[in-house]
Design a protein around this ligand. Structure first.
Ligand code: PGA
Length: 242
């Protein structure tokens, strides 16, 4: 896992946008996955700008959701889908709604929902580029500590840390107990895996990840197994304990 520390967060964002642009130029039908947390929002903003300025053509790209809170969906402020839609999908030029496949956290048959997502990915073999934030407990998507490395999309019980942090996404407290998420197997199988962390509040988890052998108790450490396919991009705040 290669690690790069950027002096300015906007340089980090620029690097990721450049990589996505180059990928789409090479493969216009690329399958992309961008996490719905706070970390990737500046990347989404720059990608939107590039789309509006006709510097990146997303019209033939495919998008798959990373995760969602079970019990809510696009109509809830702060849901993963709504975040992606607000910051990204709804502002891109020429994106086809049929090319976007996102978890519905309100689906009654969640196993079928997982299967629908798995099939969307399998039809395209793999995710070409996945941009992930890192949770305060080292989770990726909702692959919480202890998540199984062999799993594809699945439902998982939310970890205590996730429940403590989740208030930042919502205007009112929501009684959410589970997440639905792409599995570590699908993440590890991606063509390019980018882990992005910004801000001092991520520094101690980043140091833990760097100093640990791969273990599913800290899911982000498992990305070390992806070798050169994975890159960790940090700003100075997130890298301060290294
Ligand atoms: P954040 O979330 O980007 O909002 O910090 C990261 C995560 O929980 O994966």
């Amino acid at each position: 896992m290669e690690k790069y520390v950027f002096i300015q967060t906007n340089e980090l964002v620029h690097q990721i946008v450049k990589e996505i642009k180059e990928l789409i130029e090479k493969k216009p039908t690329a399958l992309l996955c961008i996490a719905g947390g706070d970390t990737p929002k500046p990347v989404m903003e720059k990608l939107v700008e590039a789309s509006q300025n006709d510097e990146i053509d997303f019209s033939t790209c495919y998008f798959v959701g990373l995760d969602e809170w079970v019990g809510i969906s696009k109509e809830t402020d702060g849901s993963c889908y709504q975040t992606l839609d607000d910051y990204f999908f709804s502002k891109l030029k020429g994106v086809k709604p049929a090319n976007i496949c996102f978890f519905n956290g309100k689906a009654t048959a969640l196993d079928q929902e997982c299967e629908r997502i798995n099939q969307f990915i399998n039809k395209r073999q793999q995710i070409d580029y996945i941009l992930l934030g890192i949770g305060m407990n080292g989770h990726l998507g909702f692959n919480e500590p202890g998540a199984e490395i062999t799993k594809e999309a699945h439902v998982i019980e939310l970890d205590m840390t996730t429940k403590q942090v989740m208030g930042k996404y919502f205007k009112t407290a929501l009684p959410l107990e589970h997440g639905i998420t792409l599995g570590l197997k699908q993440i590890l199988n991606s063509g390019k895996i980018v882990l992005m962390a910004t801000g001092e509040h991520k520094a101690s988890m980043i140091a833990k990840i760097m100093n640990s052998e791969p273990t599913n108790q800290i899911p982000a450490t498992l990305m070390k197994m992806a070798g050169s396919a994975v890159t960790l991009y940090l700003d100075q705040g997130a890298a301060q304990n290294l």
